[in-house]
Design a protein. Structure first.
Length: 231
């Protein structure tokens, strides 16, 4: 495990991405997207996934439509895929390793936290309702709350401002290159936590690449007891 650059000043808050960082929703999105394209005789390639991942839902779906010349509107494709996701979430949604322990450690340390995601409010409400985690966050921001989605820094600037801290005093945890670009552009202390879906992404500019949310370097950067992390 490599070392990491210490924050120039103590970090005061943590901002979480949602999809693929807190929950296994990227796996579910891929299943839904793959099935949706297969019904139309198309394939969901890794190249297409990388281009879509981390973007606002309407932009990601437009990329899918344009790439395969699909004869469907963004609105109709969104409705179709939302219905498929609605059926999967009750039985397939899972928190990713280290999430619950990290939340507990942040709460024990009195460190405020927020969610800043490219997903829509309806989907986020379903996911957080299923997991019963929404009350544990000070703020939850979705694609409806900002004009410019990731890789623009807007959602992270909004989250830091709402928490009452300079972005440089916040840690952002992200799993995609687009999300990390947004966080670094905001001036946050950005940590990449890639999953299998994003192992090959370019995380240039992040403070370090964590192995999981249980990575002891996350705890150390936040001055939390490393004995609380799962390894």
């Amino acid at each position: 495990m490599s070392s990491f650059p210490s924050p120039k000043a103590p970090l005061q808050a943590v901002i979480f991405d949602l999809d693929g960082l807190m929950f296994n929703t990227e796996d579910l999105y891929q299943e839904v997207g793959r099935d949706s394209l297969a019904r139309r005789g198309k394939q969901l390639t890794q190249e297409l996934l990388d281009e879509m991942m981390g973007r606002k839902s309407d932009i990601a779906l437009q990329i899918m439509i344009d790439r395969h010349d699909l004869e469907i509107s963004v609105e109709d494709l969104a409705t179709e895929q939302a219905e498929s996701m609605r059926k999967l979430i009750p039985t397939r949604l899972q928190p990713l390793p280290g999430l619950l322990s990290l939340l507990a450690a942040l709460e024990a340390g009195g460190i405020p936290k927020a969610i800043a995601t490219s997903s829509g409010r309806q989907f986020v409400t379903q996911v957080l309702g299923q997991s019963q985690l929404e009350p544990r966050f000070d703020f939850v921001f979705t694609s409806e709350d900002i004009e410019n989605g990731k890789p623009a820094p807007d959602v992270y600037l909004l989250a830091a401002s709402s928490l009452g801290f300079d972005p440089a005093r916040t840690m952002v945890l992200e799993d995609t290159q687009i999300g990390c670009r947004a966080a670094t552009a905001a001036g946050a202390y950005t940590v990449a936590v890639p999953g299998e879906h994003s192992r090959d992404h370019d995380f240039n500019g992040v403070k370090f690449i964590a192995t999981a949310l249980s990575d002891r370097r996350i705890y150390q950067a936040l001055s939390l007891p490393v004995t609380d992390c799962e390894e």
